[in-house]
Design a protein around this ligand. Structure first.
Ligand code: AMP
Ligand code: ZN
Length: 507
């Protein structure tokens, strides 16, 4: 059962907004291209998962249960899309002097930590590429049997001329992109790509498996075809990835799916792509020691959910320009919300259960956020329901999060009773995932890694300042304030926190 406005989503395949109609309304099937676990995810990568999380939360909130699969690419992704260069994983292992397996385990763990810090709901299935090698060999064999693959020295290659309309997703046509992949001798068409990469000569890779085409490793595109179709069926609802994947990776997945099923179907009804987080300031650049990762941002004193709010403040199909100022502004916006919520909580004196309904309290037993939504909306006033309708309308319009946030802020500023406001915020946060009910001012005040004062010293200086002020010794009071300021501490008179760390975002 779905509720409210019809959900419309932009389909990269048709390049149009379409009304979402699930294949099976009882279970919407969703696949998201996952990370290659050879280094820490950068903030751009994480934008991709905030997007898929918003999509998944919205589907649930609108009443559809979902099966969400994210893969972990721990083999096969080359340093270039052009089937050339080294395997990213092999390279990372060589650099760090550990094994590929160690590299994969480490960065998988760090990736999941980042997702947790961003309140991203775990997928139903994490599918790890190296757990599916036999499936991949069987799939590749089927493609070869269908006549859409051929063997050359480098391994088994996909013949893109054997499928209808190759590259349609990217609108390749005969454009220059199609000639990009040309570095391998023996290929029939420039866009042909490796399904199975045979180990060269007597080279032994750390990760290699026996196959009908000799020892080697699967191509990266093969992994996603195999794992998405295995868990979600030959045609599922939505496939997501960053906009870069629209050009090659997803075109190749589609070609493989077509060859495998012997149809023109792409494998997914809707292909969705998030635009990039771009960095014109160079602040993200790792080589310049920049703020490329969530960990680096936290080290400066920015709570991870400040970054989530930054992501939500732009539409997923727009480029989002990264700057420390923008992150700081998002953090401030989040703090304002949390301060206002604390006042509301004190005023409404609702018990926690009213804002965190259990499954039993919900009228519907379907999707995870759906029954919570039902319980939270039960008995709302007409004015409050109008806010729900507005929120539903904008989020259902291709996930317009930049317009959904002001609806939440309008609720806070409205004359509604405190209890209703809280229930609306709890409800909208099921979609936004900011954890608004769990956050407080203390949690949002993150100690920068290079902070010099201990908390006790800050408190002592604050007390000194207070005593100096009481004694009307304003010079001493200002002195204490200046010392704190220099140490990166902001004094907040009239705030129960009294002080907090200022994120180190200045140039
Ligand atoms: P990768 O680990 O390189 O396969 O990337 C993981 C995900 O992040 C993919 O969906 C990419 O398309 C996406 N991605 C990579 N760079 C960015 C960026 N700067 N902004 C947004 N998404 C990105
Ligand atoms: Zn993929």
């Amino acid at each position: 059962m779905t509720h409210g406005a019809p959900l419309s989503l932009y389909n990269s395949m048709s390049r149009a907004i379409e009304t979402f109609a699930p294949i099976d309304p009882k279970m919407v099937r969703l696949y998201s291209c996952g990370p290659t676990v050879y280094s820490t995810a950068h903030l751009g990568n994480l934008r991709a998962y905030v997007f898929t999380d918003t999509l998944r939360r919205t589907l649930n909130w609108k009443g559809w249960p979902t099966t969400h699969v994210i893969n972990i690419t721990d083999v096969g992704h080359l340093t270039s899309d052009a089937d050339a260069g080294d395997d990213k994983m092999e390279l990372a292992a060589a650099k760090s002097g550990t094994t590929i397996w160690d590299v994969a385990a480490r960065y998988t763990r760090l990736f999941k930590d980042d997702l947790r810090a961003l309140n991203i709901v775990d997928p139903a299935i994490w599918s790890v590429a190296t757990d599916h090698i036999q499936d991949m060999i069987a799939f590749a064999q089927a493609i070869q049997d269908a006549g859409a693959a051929y063997e050359i020295d480098g391994g088994l290659y996909f013949d893109v001329s054997k499928v209808p309309d190759y590259g349609r997703l990217a609108r390749h046509g005969d454009g220059p992109e199609i000639g990009r992949i040309e570095s391998v001798a023996g290929k029939r068409n420039p866009a042909d790509f490796a399904i199975w990469r045979r180990s060269a000569g007597d080279e032994q890779r750390q990760m290699e498996w026996l196959s009908p085409w000799g020892p080697g490793a699967p191509g990266w595109h093969l992994e996603c075809s195999v794992m998405s179709l295995k868990y979600l069926g030959l045609q599922f609802d939505i496939h997501t990835g960053g906009i870069d994947h629209r050009e090659i990776h997803h075109c190749n997945e589609i070609a493989q799916n077509q060859a495998f099923t012997g149809t023109a179907a792409s494998g997914a009804n809707i292909w969705m792509h998030n635009n990039f987080l771009v960095d014109r300031t160079g602040k993200m650049s790792k080589s310049k020691g920049g703020v490329a990762t969530l960990g680096a941002l936290t080290a400066l004193g920015v709570h991870p959910l400040g970054y989530r709010l930054l992501c939500l403040s732009a539409h997923y199909r727009s480029e989002l320009e990264f700057s420390l100022d923008a992150v700081a502004a998002s953090l401030t916006r989040l703090k304002r919300l949390v301060i206002a919520l604390a006042a509301l909580k004190a005023e409404a004196a609702l018990d926690d259960a009213a804002l965190r309904p259990t499954r039993e309290a919900g009228a519907s037993k379907g999707a995870p956020f759906d029954w919570q939504r039902h319980a939270l909306e039960h008995g709302l006033s007409e004015a409050a329901r109008a806010f729900v309708a507005r929120f539903d309308e904008v989020i259902s319009a291709d996930l317009m999060t930049p317009q959904a946030l002001p609806v939440l802020e309008a609720v806070m500023a409205s004359p509604l009773a405190a209890g209703e406001k809280l229930r609306l915020v709890a409800n909208f946060d099921l979609v936004l995932g900011l954890g608004l009910l769990d956050l407080d001012r203390r949690a949002l005040s993150v100690r920068p890694e290079d902070a010099t004062l201990a908390d006790a010293e800050v408190e002592a200086l604050l007390d000194q300042r207070q005593q100096a002020r009481a004694a009307k010794d304003f010079a001493a009071a200002d002195g204490a304030r200046d010392r704190l300021k220099l140490a990166g501490v902001d004094i907040m008179d009239g705030d129960p926190l009294r002080w907090e760390w200022r994120p180190r975002l200045g140039d």
